[in-house]
Design a protein around this ligand. Structure first.
Ligand code: IPM
Ligand code: MG
Length: 360
């Protein structure tokens, strides 16, 4: 089996963490006999420096042509003063839209080995395993009209929170199907007590639930959900929500496991095409220091194996290797405490790749 992977390393620590992901994919090739072919393309600030655009057409076509996209991170302070249209973040929104990646899967899993790394009490977070399904191509992020204009003699900024039925329906299906493969509990998060967009969201999700009678569906307002995630995160299995609420709640949930450096993500369309990236950003201040945690990127490769290539054996092999290496006591500085052994980015990648090769 041959798969084409578009490599969009991006800015800051992006290239460094992708390097470790490739090491792990090399081990997977070796172990399972799959073949991965890579094609690199520029995205974010490095693309802007190269051609004046954060998301060049050539990058979109390489991404479209590949079976999956593996992305590092985009952004650097040096682009902070650029106009919004050419800022690196714009490239992320652009590629999501161009590839129709409407379903964003963000797991927040607390590993037993890392209970101490969280700022929350161990008894609150032990065994937490949540999957956030965030709608990614609609909502106030993309709604029209939007802009800054003079209205009644003063400037006003506005965006439009809008959800079409079909958009809600398709993300609801992804969420119910995700729940079916897990503990069959789905919590839909909205603000239906205030927002019309949310009232429609709730109606449509409820309608879709009739097709999944085995899944227990609950609804929660977003403010309450933000509170419940910290108060008692174990009550959640799968959460489905819109783009902006999902953006906020997924950052909040990422602090349950304690380090952003541990959390992968997948952004999927209707076909099997997907984009896989760590949820952390480009951390330009950490670049070149060999200290960042590559595990989020490595676990993103596991999600690629599972969701785009249907290779559960390879996905589990990567996830188990990560757990074994943590169990043996190796830690990057972000997750180090007590008498664990601190290793750098490249050593962590080596250890995980090695573990894949030696395990059966
Ligand atoms: C994320 C990020 C992006 C978002 C930004 C960088 C555009 O926060 O992936 O969560 O808001 O979606
Ligand atoms: Mg975000």
């Amino acid at each position: 089996m041959r798969y084409k992977i578009a490599l969009l390393e991006g800015d800051g620590i992006g290239p460094a963490v992708i390097d470790e992901g490739i090491k792990v994919l090399n081990a997977i090739e070796h172990k399972f006999g799959y073949r991965f072919e890579y094609e690199k393309a520029l995205i974010g600030g490095c693309a802007y420096d190269d051609c004046g655009k954060p998301l060049p057409e050539s990058t979109i076509s390489i991404a479209k042509d590949a079976d999956a996209v593996y992305l590092g991170a985009v952004g650097d302070w040096k682009y902070d003063s650029l106009p919004a249209e050419v800022r690196p973040e714009k490239a992320l929104l652009g590629i999501r839209k161009a590839l129709n990646l409407f379903a964003n899967l963000r797991p927040a899993i607390v590993f037993d080995e890392l209970l101490e790394a969280s700022t929350l009490k161990p008894e609150v977070i032990k065994d937490v395993d949540i999957m956030i399904v965030r709608e990614l191509t609609g909502d106030v992020y993309f709604g029209q009209p939007k802009g800054i204009e003079v209205i009644n003699g003063e400037r006003a900024g506005f965006n439009n929170m809008i959800y079409y039925e079909k958009e809600v329906e398709r993300i609801a299906h992804v969420a119910f199907q995700t729940a079916m493969k897990r503990n069959k509990k789905l919590c839909s998060v909205d603000k239906a007590n205030v927002l019309d967009a949310s009232r429609l969201w709730r109606e449509v999700v409820t309608g879709v639930s009739e097709r999944y009678p085995e899944v227990e569906l609950t609804h929660m307002y977003v403010d309450n959900a933000a509170m419940q995630l910290i108060r008692n995160p174990k009550q959640f299995d799968v959460i489905v929500t819109g783009n902006i609420f999902g953006d906020i709640l997924s950052d909040e949930a990422s602090m349950l496991p304690g380090s952003l450096g541990m959390l992968p993500s997948a952004s999927l369309s209707n076909n099997e095409k997907g984009l896989y990236e760590p949820i952390h950003g480009s951390a330009p201040d950490l670049k070149g220091k060999n200290i960042v945690n590559p595990i989020a990127t490595i676990l993103s490769a596991a999600m690629m194996m599972r969701y785009s290539f249907g290779k559960n054996d390879a996905a589990s092999s990567i996830e188990n290797a990560v757990k074994s290496v943590l169990k043996k006591g190796y830690r990057t500085p972000d997750i180090h405490f007590g008498n664990t052994q601190v290793v750098g980015t490249t050593q962590m990648g080596d250890l995980i790749a090695q573990e894949i090769l030696i395990s059966n």
